[in-house]
Ligand binder design. Structure first.
Ligand code: ADP
Length: 560
């Protein structure tokens, strides 16, 4: 018998690609008739989870959503959160989303702004979007307030009327952002992404032409020009981000600055809700950030999508989404012990709400000091096995410091609970049911419960000259996911215990300031001189997200 497969559980509307990728990796699909309840490693839903799903999470399981992230993914809540942060931290940092109003509630404020803008610039345009719809449904652009009609809550937003165009076509960027953990905040952005084009040439003379003004694929694939070769854009309506990078280079655009500005938008947006997301271990989430770049190369945040589309419409989708999902699964950091599921872990009673915060979280180490052995203080916790007769498993419960040796029984059929990870990692799990561990003493004082960390940090491989250490937490690169927060020692510290939002934001500001011309020029000069502008070396090294071959931040000599 081979190694036990990992098991995935899909909710009804999950895209086929998820199943395809997981099967390709040798996973098995959960079948409620064949598997026991809880006998799965990943539960994937397009919609959010119920509280009970979060409450009963087990150490070998992962969920593909964090709780309470609608503050980002609902248009109206996002607007409210960004407005609040703008009020606290100012429009210089938080001026990346177009001015917006929630109607009907803020109608008076909107009217005041509309009138003011009309005075300053008579040709101001607005876009109206229903808050509870997606994929471009119900959206229209208007100039005159008499054209504004709505019969459900809407966001009315200033229309960015001077977008950067490629051969006359409007486009936006779909970025894939993985929040590996909110506590501590740990964010990765995928190097690949999609560029989504409108399929008719942009013109302010035709505001009603959605094929020219909206970049949603769901709209443009129904357009008359979708199937034609379009100047420079080509067939269809999508490019990969790599192709866009080549385009930027061909135009001599300051790529590093543009990517960093986009990166900062992602960080600053996530910081708006980071402290209010409740901590639940083992959740990870992929968000889709939509960014529009204007003619002055300023990036704007349009919206954040929960469950970004994994549909396969064209070659660009195939190139991007499949490897994105593989990298996402790598970020979930399954370990050999996870394959054993409840057979491999000490299992606390169901109804784990009290355990939240004690089980290993993404990137967090859980010391055994929070665990308690049965027979010592406190009641033992049953492992939850269904075997008849007395439970032969080693029981571990929470509560007191462990610093002793544990004698493991050598009985046919006994399943291992609470072994150090290392003893699983090198174990051939070919037949878990007949494991016959020799009687031996295992010191549990060094035991670390599994965390959601990649087993192997691929960032080391990314560096030809070995400048990157491979024992960082969190790793700076997993596949094409690049760690974007924390990005230096200060932000690492600021996110470790209680998130210090102000400090994090100051650091974001510093990076941007440093990249602005003429600093970029100074930076290049300093690099050429071999000086670092008085910057202290950060021992926590990260890569710059964005460029094809991301440079180390230390190479860019940030002053501290
Ligand atoms: P949906 O959730 O329906 O996709 P979006 O906010 O993403 O709503 O808007 C759909 C499309 O409309 C975007 O992809 C973009 O092309 C265009 N768009 C949205 N807001 C603006 C804006 N403020 N300025 C210019 N174009 C916009």
């Amino acid at each position: 018998m081979g190694t036990l497969p990992l098991v995935f559980r899909l909710h009804g509307s999950t895209p086929d690609l998820v199943r395809e990728v997981l099967l390709e990796r040798g996973w098995e699909e959960y079948d409620e008739h064949a598997h026991e309840k809880g006998d799965w490693n990943l539960y994937w839903r397009v919609s959010t989870f119920r509280c009970s799903d979060f409450n009963c999470i087990q150490p070998w399981q992962r969920l593909n959503h964090h709780p309470k992230t609608a503050g980002l993914t609902r248009k109206d809540w996002l607007e409210r959160n960004l407005r609040r942060m703008k009020g606290i931290f100012g429009g210089v940092l938080y001026g990346f989303s177009p001015t917006a109003f929630l109607l009907p509630n803020n109608y008076t404020n909107f009217l005041a702004e509309f009138t003011k803008q009309r005075r300053d610039s008579p040709s101001g345009l607005w876009i109206c979007k229903p808050v509870d719809l997606s994929r471009g449904r119900g959206i229209f652009i208007f100039e005159d307030i008499k054209d504004l009609t709505y019969d459900s809550p809407v966001v009315v937003q200033r229309y960015i009327s001077d977008p950067l165009l490629i051969s006359g076509y409007k486009f936006d960027l779909r970025l894939y952002v993985c929040v590996k953990s909110f506590h501590p905040l740990t964010v990765y952005i995928h190097q690949e992404g999609l560029v989504r084009f409108a399929t008719e040439k942009y013109s302010l003379a035709s505001l009603g032409n959605l094929f020219a003004h909206l970049t949603n694929t769901s709209i443009n694939k129904l357009g008359p020009c979708y199937g034609f070769e379009k100047e420079q854009v080509g067939w269809g309506c999508k490019w990969t981000m790599s192709k866009f990078r080549s385009f930027l280079q061909s135009q001599g655009i300051n790529e590093l600055l543009l990517w960093q500005r986009i990166n900062n938008i992602v960080t600053l947006t996530l910081l708006t809700i980071a402290s209010s997301v409740p901590y639940v271990a083992n959740c990870i989430e992929l968000f889709g950030f939509d960014i529009l770049i204007d003619a002055n190369l300023k990036p704007w945040l349009l919206e954040v999508n929960c469950s970004p589309s994994l549909a396969m419409d064209c070659a660009a989708d195939v190139t991007v989404k499949k490897s994105l999902l593989h990298d996402l699964i790598d970020l979930m950091s399954y370990r050999e012990v996870d394959r054993l599921r409840c057979r491999g872990y000490p299992r606390p009673q169901c109804g784990l709400s009290s355990l939240r915060g004690h089980w290993p979280s993404q990137g967090a180490r859980l010391s055994m000091s929070s665990l308690r052995m049965s027979g010592s203080e406190g009641p033992p916790i049953c492992c939850g096995c269904t075997a008849p007769g007395p439970c032969k498993r080693v029981h571990v419960s929470r509560g007191s410091r462990l610093n002793f040796s544990l004698q493991l029984p050598s009985i046919e059929g006994t399943e291992l609970m609470g072994l150090p990870e290392a003893s699983f990692e090198n174990r051939n799990l070919s037949s878990h049911r007949s494991l016959k561990p020799p009687v031996r003493h295992v010191s549990l004082c060094f035991r670390k419960l599994p965390t959601i960390r990649p087993q192997k940090c691929r960032c080391a491989a990314a560096s030809a000259d070995g400048r990157l250490k491979d024992n960082w937490e969190p790793p700076c690169r997993v596949g094409d996911f690049i760690l974007t927060f924390p990005f230096n020692e200060v932000t690492l510290k600021a996110s470790q215990n209680k998130l210090e939002i102000k400090i994090a934001i100051q650091e974001v500001h510093k990076v941007l300031h440093w990249l602005m011309p003429p600093c970029v020029h100074n930076m290049k000069k300093q690099r050429a001189d071999g000086t670092n502008g008085g910057a202290e070396k950060d021992s926590f090294q990260t890569l710059f997200w964005g460029p094809r071959n991301p440079p180390l931040r230390s190479e860019c000599c940030f002053p501290r």
